[in-house]
Design a protein around this ligand. Structure first.
Ligand code: HEM
Length: 210
């Protein structure tokens, strides 16, 4: 947490924050409308989105919007998500870190857990987009054979499930790491936060030893 007189460090630009929260809203809509389309037990959710017909029309369009928003956002983050030797140590001590018994000395802008989330979202969003297009009635689905559409349906459901679990962990980790939500809302973190959670990144942006 930031305290008075403590220098703040910029972590996410305005553009990054706006795109990130747009992705979060879009994901929430896709997840809820996807559940309603997945099984009749959840069909009541469609009432939140103007009824089944309208929601069915909107879901693939918003899916395309997710891919359009995510692609440039993810491209801008590739550099900071490269796997480094320090990530191996963080991954090996993940549970100790959560119990506050391990203090990383070299973690860069993102830790190994964040990188794993990032590198799983990249292929999953691509798979969801491609399989969604294969199932898109009445536009693209007729081009593909029934087996292809069925396989697409299966991959779409599996991908959506993994994404739901992944984002669930992501949201919990954001809540668990005090000061992290602030980073994505206000764009800044305290230097104490940076030194503690991302010492390698602190060294890189300030030129000082954490
Ligand atoms: C309500 C939902 C969400 C919350 C509360 C949330 C929260 C956060 C926070 C606090 C950060 C900053 C972490 C830091 O600075 O260390 C972050 C980063 C990030 N978030 Fe989210 N997020 C949500 C949804 C999503 C969704 C749906 C996606 C995309 C599929 C996503 C992708 C990312 C990515 C890629 C990063 C940068 C981490 C990295 O590149 O390794 N987030 N999020």
């Amino acid at each position: 947490m930031a305290t008075a007189n403590e220098p703040l460090i910029e972590r996410h630009t305005v553009k990054e924050r706006v795109v990130h929260w747009a992705i979060a809203i879009v994901f929430l809509f896709l997840f809820l409308s996807g559940l309603a389309l997945f099984h009749p037990v959840f069909f009541w959710i469609s009432a939140l989105f103007g009824g089944g017909e309208f929601m069915r029309w909107l879901h693939p369009l918003v899916g395309v919007l997710l891919a359009i928003l995510f692609a440039p956002y993810a491209a801008g983050l590739v550099r900071d998500n490269r796997w480094l030797p320090a990530d191996q140590a963080w991954r090996a001590h993940m549970w100790a870190y959560m119990k506050k018994q391990y203090h990383p000395t070299d973690t860069g802008k993102y830790n190994a857990g964040q990188k794993l989330m990032y590198w799983s979202m990249v292929p999953i969003i691509a798979v969801l987009a491609v399989t969604g297009i294969v199932m898109w009635q009445p536009w693209f689905a007729p081009i593909f054979p029934a087996t292809g559409r069925r396989l697409a349906g299966l991959l779409h459901a599996v991908g959506a499930f993994i994404m739901f679990v992944g984002i669930g962990i992501h949201v919990y980790a954001a809540y668990w790491t005090r000061g992290s939500i602030r980073a994505m809302v206000r764009g800044t973190v305290s230097s104490r936060w940076a030194r503690f959670h991302h010492p390698g990144w602190y060294r890189q942006v300030t030129g000082k030893e954490p």
